[in-house]
Design a protein around this ligand. Structure first.
Ligand code: ATP
Length: 238
């Protein structure tokens, strides 16, 4: 079943057009990678989905609902949560307080303690650091906290922007495993935006390549990983 359908999406900042006629779809339960070079428009696409920037043209439907007229908080209530690039935690609040803030995106805060327990089970590191100020944690710990905060919103679609940026490979693998787990065990659909194309296509089942604001290539992740043009352009391989 189609969870998200995007058609003919165009976004601009003032006179500067960033996305052109972007179309893609996601089925319930998938992990989809959205990859592309620096400045291709990946973050802008996520911001258009969450309602942080307006669409100039096009349609976005989520579970059949037209997202166009909905404000960011209304889209969050529908189940769309984002882990932003750079994590954007409240540095002066504790891990616990940051996580609790994630639940404010929901219509009802019932079951919050249960969700908190789930996040701590997923990332036991966070339980140990529960009362630490978020700003004092390592990049990897902050990324875990940012993912945990998004999960506290009890999303059906998780948008993750630059999950691996600046993190050590061992931490990236740890976080990637957690993403696979929430997808498999909780059925959360994941849209993964990554500059590390190899990593994203390893985690995802399907992928889209965004090139200067347009989707230029799409297909099953394993096929994309084998394509000569993708290997040359994004993986530094021939
Ligand atoms: P990166 O991985 O570097 O974040 P990206 O693919 O996510 O790249 P975007 O951040 O969406 O790309 O940026 C796409 C283009 O839009 C870039 O040229 C960028 O300079 C421009 N842009 C992004 N945000 C704004 C803004 N608030 N105002 C004006 N231009 C912007």
């Amino acid at each position: 079943m189609s969870l998200l359908q995007v058609q003919g999406l165009a976004v601009a900042y003032g006179d500067s057009r960033v996305l052109w006629d972007v179309g893609f779809d996601m089925a319930q339960g998938e992990i989809v990678a959205l990859v592309g070079a620096n400045g291709a428009g990946k973050t802008t696409l996520l911001r258009a989905l969450t309602g942080l920037v307006p669409a100039r043209f096009g349609a976005m439907r989520y579970c059949g609902t037209d997202l166009g007229p909905l404000k960011a908080y209304e889209r969050a209530r529908l189940g769309i949560a984002m882990v932003p690039e750079g994590r954007r935690l409240f540095a002066g609040l504790t891990v616990h307080q940051n996580l609790k803030l994630g639940a404010t995106a929901r219509a009802s805060r019932e079951g919050e303690d249960h969700d908190l327990a789930f996040v701590f089970e997923l990332f036991p590191e966070l339980k140990r650091l529960e009362h630490r100020l978020a700003g004092l944690m390592s990049g990897g710990e902050q990324q875990m906290c940012a993912i945990g905060r998004a999960l506290m919103a009890r999303p059906s679609l998780l948008l993750i922007d630059e999950m691996s940026l600046g993190l050590a490979p061992v931490i990236v693998e740890r976080i990637a495993e957690a993403v696979r787990l929430v997808n498999r065990d909780r059925g959360i659909t994941v849209l993964l935006v990554e500059q590390d194309v190899g990593l994203a296509l390893e985690i995802a089942t399907r992928g889209y390549v965004l090139d200067t604001g347009r989707v230029t290539i799409d297909g099953p992740a394993d096929e994309l990983l084998r394509r000569e043009d993708i290997r040359a352009a994004y993986l530094g391989l021939n």
